[in-house]
Design a protein around this ligand. Structure first.
Ligand SMILES: C[S@@+](CC[C@H](N)C(=O)[O-])C[C@H]1O[C@@H](n2cnc3c(N)ncnc32)[C@H](O)[C@@H]1O
Length: 249
């Protein structure tokens, strides 16, 4: 693997990378939902729905302990909540960008999720205590992917489930069309609405340098996960990694 984790332009150490990512998300929080739905033509809603559906059995268990990491403005959390029975244990939704989290909390606060400001690489969670961790479009932004997987493993129960929804790079003709959109159109529209250059240039760059599915699956196995798989969504523009926390690291 070329990179241990996300590196915004001009930054090469983990601490500064995490700080830059946090500041970037705080700065785009007011426009994040609008841009997200606009730039994905709301296909993102389908992706969150599909990811939640995949874990419908765990979500249906009222006692299951569930964490949404990098919850941002809370759309993944909302999709998970729709599958929780009445009176179920609250989902804990974590993010380190306060302004993203505040927006999320407004959506899911009264619906059975609890917002916690925390770093995904240092979760304020007891070891081996969770049944399910889901993270949507956040994992790619971690300053160290291996450390992220190890931290998730630390807090999952043996047999606990992991779902990582993340962007991908489609192949073939669809890939060429998508690359043009992602590298040219998206940064220009993002710049227009956000009023700044950085975040929507960072997005295609971070997807481009994220490990391909074969490498991610290898890393997941090497960090103590079993039954690792990747399911492409919408020609591979996005995809869901799933795994089970193995008993042996
Ligand atoms: C692209 S947004 C995704 C938000 C939401 N999950 C969704 O699907 O729309 C990525 C989120 O990950 C958060 N994030 C990135 N690195 C993080 C870290 N190390 N710890 C906690 N949150 C992090 C960012 O603050 C941001 O809110």
């Amino acid at each position: 693997m070329t990179l241990p984790g996300a590196r915004p332009a001009g930054i090469d150490d983990e601490g500064s990378a995490a700080l830059a990512v946090r500041e970037m998300f705080d700065s785009i929080a007011p426009r994040y939902d609008l841009l997200n739905h606009l730039l994905s033509s709301s296909v993102d809603r389908l992706w969150w729905w599909r990811a939640a559906w995949r874990f419908r059995d765990v979500l249906a268990d009222p006692d299951a302990a569930i964490l949404d990491v990098c919850c941002g403005t809370g759309d993944m959390t909302m999709a998970l909540l729709k599958r929780r029975p009445k009176g179920a244990r609250p989902i804990v939704a974590i993010d380190f960008a306060r302004k993203m989290l505040d927006r999320g909390a407004k959506k899911f606060g009264a619906r059975g999720a609890q917002a916690v400001e925390a770093d995904a690489l240092h979760l304020p969670v007891r070891p081996a205590s969770l049944d399910l961790i889901v993270t949507a479009f956040g994992f790619r932004n971690l300053a160290n992917y291996e450390a992220g997987l190890r931290e998730f493993r630390r807090v999952l129960k043996p047999g606990g489930r992991l779902g990582i929804l993340e962007f991908g790079t489609p192949a073939g003709f669809a890939g060429k069309v998508y690359a043009f959109y992602f590298r040219r159109v998206l940064p220009a529209v993002g710049r227009m609405i956000c009023g700044k250059d950085g975040p929507y240039t960072y997005l295609p760059n971070s997807v481009g340098s994220f490990p391909p599915p074969s490498e991610m699956l290898e890393l997941m196995r090497a960090t103590g996960y079993e039954e690792c798989s990747w399911q492409p969504y919408t020609f591979g523009i996005a995809g869901l990694y799933t795994a089970i926390r193995g008993a042996v690291a």
